[in-house]
Every structure is written in C-alpha cells, then in structure tokens.
Design a binder for this molecule. Structure first.
Ligand SMILES: Cc1ncc(COP(=O)(O)O)c(C=O)c1O
Length: 407
C-alpha cells in the first residue's frame, strides 16, 4: 500500500465519480414554486414570505424573522437596526467571508479584528476580551462552517463589557449550542441563503431576533420605511427594499423541512470519514466545543502540519483534487490584510492563528458529505494514500532500499 502511485503522478485516482451536486432539487420544490407562480403574490410583501419568516425564526428559537435579499445585506440590516454606526467599533473574527467585516465598514463603523481559535476556527473569546475598547458597540460572532462558537464565554464577555452580540450564522442553519439554535443568542442573528449554503434560494438572507423593537426597526428598514397597519406610501424610516421574493420563500420553506434530515445525513457521513481517518498524523479537522449539540456541517475546515503529514497544504490540496476529492484551500489571507481594512490593521496587531490558517488550512465542501458513507470514506482513503506516499520522504531513510517516490 505504501507508495501507491498518486493520481497527480499518473496513478489511478481514488475516485472518478463526482460527488452529489449542490444545490439540488428536493421533493415538492417545483410544486411549491409553481403554486406561487400560479397566484399573484410573487413579491415580498405578501403571506408566502411572512409565513416563511415566522417559521424560520421559530425553528431557530427566535420570535421574529425579517427576510433580506442576501446575507451581506441582512448583516448590515442587523447592525443598522441595532443602532450601530459612525463612532462605533465592532469586533469581528480575523477570518471570515469579507461580508462580516465589510458590513461594519459599510454602515460607517470600524471593524476591529480578533484572532480565531486553532481548533474551532471560531473567534477566540480571549482575543475578543483584548480587542474590546470603550468604543466597542458589538461583537460579530461567526459560527464557522456551522460549528457554533462558545456562546457561554462570549455571552459572559458581552455582559461584563456591555457590548451587543450579533451572530453571523451564514453557515449555521440548524446548528445548536446546548440545544439552542445558532442565531438566537445575540441581540440579532443573520443567515445567508446564497447558492452554496445549507439552505439556498440562489440568493437570500434573514435576520432573526427576539427583540421586538429591533425586529420592528429592521422590518421597516427592509420594507422602504413602512410600518405594519399603515399605508403603502407612508414611510417612517430611511429604508430601502431588501425583501425576499415569494418564490424564494416557497423554495426555502421546503428546504427548512428537509434541513434536519440533511444534517443527519452529513453527520452520518462525517462520522464515517472520522472513523477512517483515525490515527492519521499531521491532519486536523475542525473541532466542535463541548457545548455544540448540533452542527450544520456546511464546510469542514482542517489543517495540515507539513512536518508530520509529509507535504504542505498547497501540495495536499493539489494531490487531493487529483484523487477526485474537490477540497479547497482556506481563505488566502486574514481579512485585515485586505487593503480595504488597512487603516485599522493596527487593531489586529497579532492574529497568529489566522495567519497560520491561511497557510496550512483547507476545507471540505458540504456536498462531499451528501452522498453515501462510502463517498465520505473516499476522502479518508485519498488522505491515507497521499500520506503513505509522501511521508517516507520525511522519515529517516530506510536501510532496505529507497523510499517510495514522493510528490
Ligand atoms: C460568514 C459569512 N457571512 C456573510 C456572508 C454573506 O452572505 P451572502 O453571500 O448571502 O451575501 C457569507 C457568504 O458567503 C458568509 O460566508
């Protein structure tokens, strides 16, 4: 087995069949959209959207849901409705999709970057405590890949320092911390329904909250400043139009029904992967803290320690892709390295884990966990094949003959 020829070097790949595509149609989706199209309630101000907003919020342990055109705008909406703006600082994780920090800048506040934890890839509460200043209005917690951050420690910090918690749950549909859904811990949480997400209408987003005032303000901003019960041409906030469409809501309603089944499928397949990977050296998948009672398994990040695995992350990703496992490298750099945020770089002086993660981390996309257990185990087969082929190069030379050729 050791030294089996890697696909990168002309060997046969571990698999040639593609993984299941995502997004994919589920039962009843077409009928649900057709039912909307057969009526005249296509827009976002009618009953279809209102019902989905209420149901999504309820499933995520919140009292109110406010649909939005996408997750980026949902995050801006949550910040605006929370009254955050110029003069405020908002602590964000050093690694996330750019929207997490851009939303803060776009509403006129200043993002301040805090390092992530090596094991969970979530914002590190100790680094949050260091980043907080008298200007800190809020902390945005990203539940990376659908693994909830430690909401006990972050909640304690928020209470002690008096800042608001806003949850970026773009990855975390259905995820839970001690049995309570991600997005329901802070003053507000937001979700994305963009094309790759665990629930998707191609685009779309949602703010959830149990704060009546925030909900009313967010709903008004998202609906041209209108107020419930008042006229269509009466406007009380400097609002805009962020509404979801009824077609999106109809699709998302069907997906919300399937979400628990799909999470269970990914959990089962992830367990098969972890079992097959047991004992591997130099490869670490994201860990969930003890309080996590459900994770979305949206993307599954992990890291390669080159000395013990045998090759570095770049070579690993290339070798895995050649073996038919479409993994991706992690974000190319921490957010504060983007010139857009350079003015604030001094507030992120030391984020060594984020820096390291850009060099050594990768992620497994969700669709790798949406086929059979055997499909997921193929990920481990490819990892072992690569490890066995490359590791001897890093071991003491063998006495009985040459080490197998490495990559
Ligand atoms: C962590 C995070 N926050 C926010 C967003 C923004 O969501 P959207 O793409 O729907 O605007 C994304 C999208 O990928 C994300 O990954």
């Amino acid at each position: 087995m050791a030294g089996e020829k890697l696909a990168l070097h002309g060997g046969s790949p571990v698999r040639s069949a593609p993984y299941p595509a995502w997004p994919r149609l589920g039962s009843g989706d077409l009928e649900a959209v057709a039912a909307v199209l057969e009526g005249s309630d296509w827009g976002g101000a009618g009953a279809t959207v209102a019902q989905f907003e209420a149901l999504f919020a309820q499933v995520h342990d919140a009292a109110y849901g406010i649909g939005a055109a996408n997750g980026s705008l949902a995050l801006e909406l949550a910040l605006l409705a929370a009254g955050i703006g110029p003069g405020d600082e908002v602590v964000v994780p050093a690694h996330s999709f750019i929207a997490t920090a851009a939303a803060v800048s776009r509403i006129g506040a200043v993002p301040v970057f805090a390092d992530i934890e090596a094991a969970t890839y979530n914002i590190d509460p100790e680094r949050v405590a260091e980043a907080v200043s008298e200007k800190t209005a809020a902390v945005i917690v990203v539940h990376f890949g659908g693994v909830p951050a430690d909401m006990d420690r972050l909640g304690d910090l928020a209470a002690r320092h008096g800042f608001l918690l806003i949850e970026d749950a773009a990855h975390a549909h259905g995820a839970e911390w001690h049995g309570k859904r991600a997005g329901s811990f802070g003053l507000a949480g937001m979700f994305s329904f963009q094309n790759s997400k665990a629930m998707t209408a191609g685009e779309g987003g949602m703010v959830i909250t149990s704060d009546e005032d925030l909900a009313a303000k967010a709903r008004s901003i998202a609906n041209a400043g209108r107020r419930p019960g008042r006229g269509w041409f009466e406007h009380f906030e400097l609002g805009t139009n962020l509404r979801l469409t009824a077609m999106q809501a109809a699709m998302l309603g069907k997906q919300l029904e399937r979400l628990p089944i799909e999470i269970r499928l990914r959990e089962r397949n992830n367990a098969a992967l972890e079992q097959e990977l047991a004992g591997i050296e130099g490869l670490y998948l994201q860990e969930a803290p003890a309080g996590v009672s459900a994770q979305t398994l949206y993307v599954r990040p992990g890291r390669i320690v080159a000395d013990s695995f045998g090759i570095d992350r770049g070579a690993f990703v290339e070798a895995m892709q050649a073996e038919g496992i479409p993994i991706r490298p992690f974000y190319p750099h921490p957010l504060y390295r983007n010139p857009l945020f350079q003015d604030h770089a001094h507030r992120a002086a030391s984020c060594p884990i984020a820096e390291q993660s850009s060099r050594d981390s990768f992620w497994l996309p969700m669709n790798l966990f949406m086929g059979s257990e055997d499909d997921a185990a193929d990920i481990a087969r490819a990892v072992w094949k690569i490890h066995k082929a490359v590791k001897p190069k890093f071991k003491k030379p063998r006495v009985n003959g040459p080490a197998p050729k490495a990559g």
